[in-house]
Design a protein around this ligand. Sequence first.
Ligand SMILES: *[C@@H]1O[C@H](CO)[C@@H](O)[C@H](O)[C@H]1NC(C)=O
Ligand SMILES: *[C@@H]1O[C@H](CO)[C@@H](O)[C@H](O)[C@H]1NC(C)=O
Ligand SMILES: *[C@@H]1O[C@H](CO)[C@@H](O)[C@H](O)[C@H]1NC(C)=O
Length: 390
Amino acid sequence: MPNKYLLLISIIISIGFYQNIHLTWYGNAPDRISALGYQAEIHKITTQDGYILEAHRIPQTKKNRPVVLLVHGVFSSSDTFLLNGVENALGFQASNEGYDVWLLNLRGNRYSNHHVNLSTISMEFWAFTFHEMAVYDLPATIDYIMKVTGQQNIHYIGHSQATNIYFALLSEKPEYNKFLKTGHLLASGLSQEDSVIDRVYLGNITLPFINFFDYGSFGMHFYFAPLNYVLWVISQTPAIGAVFSKAIGIFGGSSITLNMTILPDILATMPTGSSARNVIHLSQGCRNFRQFDFGLEEENIKRYGSKVPRFYDFGNIDVPTYIHNGGQDNIVSLACVNSISKKLRKGVLKKVIIHDEFSHIDFVASVESKKRINDFIFEVIQNYEMGGKL
Ligand SMILES: *[C@@H]1O[C@H](CO)[C@@H](O)[C@H](O)[C@H]1NC(C)=O
Ligand SMILES: *[C@@H]1O[C@H](CO)[C@@H](O)[C@H](O)[C@H]1NC(C)=O
Ligand SMILES: *[C@@H]1O[C@H](CO)[C@@H](O)[C@H](O)[C@H]1NC(C)=O
């Protein structure tokens, strides 16, 4: 197993940098939550197609508090909503505001890599895209939360790819509209035109290429776990941290408000697993926002009964929705936000807010996240809960 060698290399590099370590290592999100003085719960949710998801919860001492569900982006996990500290991170702020906080981990990431029948060392395990997250992971999670909490409906906050699965869920399973009270989409991830990803154009690279990466896992699941620790250690050296922050900037847009203290923790928790097929589906863009296009007519006909998959039907979406995007975001583009707005029924999209200085990662890692994003979100949610006008 290559993992063994990577682990060895990791240990050697880590020893070399040991004297620089000034942060506390948290092995996982629940440990971080508890260490910072909050209660943490771990919930296992099995989807209809057999994936076992791990959700993290920060419950309230008071019963029957409204639920806020936080959904992460691609190659990311529940950690993404916790790294920015107890004041600034969405997960902790939601708890400070009195909500029952649920942090989902979508199939394939570091917490959700089990299946009732399939092993991660199989092509079948990794044969998913955000479509399956939308039609299996989200419904299973929403059903589960409603059962455990007795709540009838919840608030949804999502970063990046969580936009795709929000729209895909509400289009494909319109009965779920009534379970969501409000939707808040940060760095809305289906906007790919003119973006870095679109320029690389993975859109019609077909299956043999996908399978080139380990079982279609894009390598992250198998290789990054030990490397994450090395990255965490070495990026605590300021000069190396600066290099990584530049590298993140190339993909997600350069950030002027990134909380540099948490950079090592970002590298410790992402990238985490997803599938190559998912990355390709994401790259198929917002003009082509529909089920995964295999790029091969025979394959599409076999799966969908048509040469190309049908489009998601935005006309089915009926949840008051707020979009926050960043002017510095290299991954998603504003052109697509405009095209989304036109597809939604009148009155569904409540507000599109463009934060000129924000990059892709700033929504979860900026020193200004609370002031610029989170406070707005919780004001909307609070208004909704008080029966006010949205
Ligand atoms: C798991 O395997 C069992 C036995 O083959 C089968 O009955 C079941 O449908 C499988 N479950 C899933 C979710 O694939
Ligand atoms: C940056 O993140 C750290 C660690 O979460 C947090 O303690 C600190 O308050 C944050 N800094 C600012 C300026 O928000
Ligand atoms: C992918 O699609 C683009 C645009 O439709 C086209 O120009 C290109 O030739 C295609 N590439 C492959 C490998 O099919």
